[in-house]
Design a protein around this ligand. Structure first.
Ligand code: CP
Length: 302
């Protein structure tokens, strides 16, 4: 993994995922180490973020490295018309690794081709969010004791939700059965269904999760991605499609856990938070350890 960019989750192999997860477990036991001393990481966020940016920056700081960058592209020379190519070429001169979020699909791949340092994709439009996927795998393995042969429910915005796209690809290494629950307007795109079919992975599509929720090992809720809709009326039609409430969890498996990449809007009611099956806040914490593992692996320090 040394010097290898993480742009798509498919850039890494099954073995590489597992190495990252094992390393993250070590960081969970000891998150404060000086292994990044002398290293400088850029966080370039052209789109808003709370968890991804702050957990990457916390990861670096807790490992003794330093961070430069921006959380709002309007404070950069992009506002003067500077291209992504020139921005990346400049930042490459200063740092050892770039973490970038950008609204355009493919922007991270392009940046990795221009940069002379590794690039980690922190989300590119509706395309991919591979570091989120690795923390999702970590959370699934930690709560289920395995990654293999699980029933994974993905609920909500399966069209624009980049986290479900990356997770589906990664989980395909572990013989899952997928249950995709969405309104017609937000169904899992055909290319991802074809990806599963080519690999012989079972999937089912539904509009309602209540009749089948008792079969779930993982319920992966997603937010309807308002920022990706070109038509506000379409967003209004789908924004309240699914709301998970505590009373809906009575007949679920004892091992079942609820994940969500966050932020949530209203798709998980607040009364679910106190249920022991709610795992999304711990899932976000796991992001710190997993991002420590990603950075130190790419920089060849572990
Ligand atoms: N899960 C996630 O990407 O959250 P942020 O948008 O807050 O980074």
């Amino acid at each position: 993994m040394k010097n290898k960019s993480l742009v798509s989750i498919t850039d890494y192999s099954r073995d590489e995922y597992l190495k990252i997860l094992d390393l993250a477990a070590e960081f969970e036991k000891n998150p404060n180490q000086e292994i990044l001393k002398g290293k400088l990481i850029a966080t370039l966020f052209f789109e808003p973020s709370t968890r991804t940016r702050l957990s990457f920056e916390s990861a670096v700081n807790r490992l003794g490295g330093r961070v430069v960058g921006f959380s709002d592209a309007s404070s950069s020379s992009v506002t003067k018309g500077e291209t992504l190519k020139d921005t990346i070429k400049m930042v490459t001169n200063y740092v050892d690794l770039i973490v970038m979020r950008h609204p355009l699909e493919g922007a991270a791949r392009y940046a990795s081709e221009v940069a002379s340092v590794p690039v980690v994709n922190a989300g590119d439009g509706a395309n991919q969010h591979p570091s989120q996927t690795l923390l999702d795998l970590y959370s699934i393995r930690k709560t289920q004791g395995k990654l293999e042969d699980l029933n994974i429910f993905m609920i909500g915005d399966l069209k624009y939700g980049r986290t479900v796209h990356s997770l589906l690809m990664a989980m395909s290494h572990f013989n899952p059965t997928f249950y995709f629950i969405s309104p017609d307007e937000l169904k899992m795109p055909k290319e991802y269904l074809m990806f599963l079919e080519q690999r012989g992975i079972k999937y089912y599509e539904y509009k309602d999760f209540m009749p089948i929720i008792s079969q779930a090992d993982i319920v992966y809720m997603t937010r309807v991605q308002k920022e990706r809709f070109s038509d506000p009326i379409e967003y209004e039609k789908t924004k309240n499609a699914y709301i998970l409430r505590n009373s809906m969890l009575d007949n679920t498996r004892p091992n079942m856990k609820i994940l969500h990449p966050l932020p949530r809007v209203n798709e998980i009611a607040a009364d679910v938070d106190e249920n022991p099956k709610a795992y999304y806040f711990t899932q976000a914490l796991n992001g710190l350890y997993v991002r420590q593992a990603i950075i130190s692996s790419i920089l060849g320090l572990k």
